[in-house]
Design a protein around this ligand. Structure first.
Ligand code: FAD
Length: 482
């Protein structure tokens, strides 16, 4: 019997797992996918919002501002790269100046200390490549950028190091509330018929959190999936920080932003969709973000466009995050749309305190507080590179040429739990460069086949039926050596 089962291994579920794993409890994280960060957390803007967008007094505003401030410590402890580069919201007209004035007042009311409106000279000093015609901008130096999937992986790794168990490909299908003589607990069933028991459940199921809540009779909210589409470009970035336009009723609007890895993107679009699994990228979506981004920057280098993708926001019907105990021992961390990435550590701290106080959980005598990321050969000094190659020859074998990722890094990602090509990608950046894996994919498959001791045909891109190789054209039983 688990003390707590968390449903969903996105940034919210894994942030909560990190906090709870420091306590002396038996903890499980149930995830329908094959890895972490395969839903909203793996496909968003990666911005640590300062906190001027959310209505004052909401949980969104509170956790945005509190969460933002926690990232210096978290990124230091988990060795996750981030940049506090600030952000700008541009105003091109008097009407838009009025709107950024409102954002400024809201930011101050939400608790932001550093927020101001700056004029043309300062704006173009910060961002020389944006279009002429900007007359003012909202400047928040505490905003930042982070790699959201690397954060998600790091949260899983540290919580695992402290004893949390991750059950992947466990799609929660049904929950039964059991009242025995001694206690009340839950039986949680997967779509494949597996069952676990848990005294408490925390629902962090993203766009499906309303469905999970309804399994225990909580129909107090529903969730709409709002798709956001992106275009990502190769380095270098023409902007140094996220550059927003004034928000619309559908969200924060289309932005131009660098990533922590030096690429840049435009997006996201905002379209409510019926099918919560529809992560397609559409011609209309691409046209919409290109047209909107042109207002910020005219001559975007589309010859350096390297990929397109989309993510689904979980928009709650109640206009705020749904956080807390819904029925005895069943907690929601639901409807966590933007700024949920920024708010994740604060949401986790809040829920963990509430739960641990209620059940009297005590901290373990000792637990792991630091995690180290996979060594990045490319950013090592020449001396370090020599040492690394001396220690492990596989560092001299560059597999992904665009991103300069070596065999040793890929092998380490597999050792740490990557079982798919996207799992390797999220942990190392292999295949994320200009060629998008055209050159290195076969080599990655070979390494995965060797390290995991499985056939190349059995390796998938992201689980399910996403096989990469359909069959061996030389026929079954072909022996390489003969
Ligand atoms: C386009 C876009 C842009 C965004 N930009 C930003 C930003 O710049 N800054 C910011 O702070 N926030 C941003 N956000 C919001 C942020 O991405 C989310 O708030 C955050 O990722 C939510 O995390 P989560 O763990 O709740 O959800 P998810 O990451 O979606 O994770 C939910 C998990 O639950 C699993 N699950 C669902 N149903 C089941 C089931 N039945 N059984 C088992 N597992 C299940 C899913 O597979 C998934 O892994 C953006 C979101 C989007 C989509």
């Amino acid at each position: 019997m688990y003390d707590i089962a968390i449903i969903g291994a996105g940034v919210i579920g894994c942030s909560i797992a990190k906090e709870l794993a420091e306590y002396d409890i038996k903890l499980a994280v149930l995830e329908q996918n094959i890895d972490v960060a395969m839903a909203a957390t793996g496909a968003n803007s990666g911005i640590l919002h300062a906190g001027h967008d959310c209505e004052t007094g909401t949980l969104m505003a509170r956790f945005n501002v509190e969460g933002n401030l926690m990232f210096d410590q978290i990124c230091q402890d988990l060795d996750v790269p981030y940049k506090r580069c600030g952000s700008l919201v541009l105003a091109f007209s008097q009407e838009e100046i009025n709107k950024i004035e409102i954002l400024k007042t809201r930011g101050i009311n939400n608790g932001l200390k550093e927020i101001k409106i700056i004029k043309k000279d300062k704006i173009y000093k910060l961002e020389s490549n944006i279009n002429q015609g900007v007359i003012a901008a909202l400047w928040t130096p505490t905003a930042g950028i982070i790699n959201p999937y690397e954060l998600n992986v790091a949260l899983m790794e540290i919580s695992k190091a402290n004893g949390a168990e991750y059950l992947f490909q466990f799609c929660v299908d049904d929950i039964k509330i059991i009242h025995s003589d001694k206690e009340q607990y839950f039986e949680v069933f997967s779509s494949k018929g597996d069952k676990i028991k848990a005294r408490s459940i925390i629902n962090c199921a993203g766009v499906y959190a309303d469905k999970i809540a309804s399994l225990v009779g909580d129909n107090s909210f529903s969730i709409t999936a709002r798709r956001g589409e992106y275009i990502i470009f190769d380095r270098p970035s023409p902007v140094n920080r996220p550059v927003f336009q004034v928000p619309t009723k559908m969200g924060k609007g289309v932005l131009v932003s660098p990533t922590v890895d030096g690429n840049f993107f435009i997006g996201p679009s905002a379209q409510d969709i019926e099918d919560k699994s529809d992560k397609s990228v559409t011609l209309e979506g691409m046209r919409a973000i290109k047209a909107a981004a042109a207002k910020t920057m005219k001559d975007l280098p589309y010859n350096r466009q390297i990929s397109i993708f989309s993510g689904l926001r979980a928009i709650p019907s109640v206009q705020d995050f749904v956080i807390g105990e819904a029925i005895p021992n069943f907690y929601n961390a639901a409807g966590i749309c933007s700024p949920g990435l920024t708010g994740a550590p604060a949401i986790a701290r809040y829920l963990c305190r509430e739960i641990c106080q209620k059940y009297g959980f005590k901290k373990k005598k000792s637990f792991v507080t630091k995690r180290q990321r996979i060594i990045n050969f490319k950013s090592a000094s020449n001396q370090q590179k020599v040492e690394l190659i001396k220690k492990d020859k596989r560092y001299s074998n560059v597999i992904c040429r665009c991103e300069v990722i070596t065999e040793a890094e890929i092998a380490e990602a597999i050792r740490r739990g990557a079982t798919t090509v996207d799992g390797v990608k999220r942990r190392t950046r292999a295949t994320m460069g200009r060629c998008q894996g055209s050159f290195c994919m076969p080599k990655i498959l070979e390494i995965m086949s060797k390290e995991l001791n499985i056939k190349m045909q059995d390796i998938t891109k992201f689980g399910g039926n996403s096989y990469i190789i359909s069959s061996d054209i030389r026929g079954e039983g072909y022996d390489k050596k003969s």
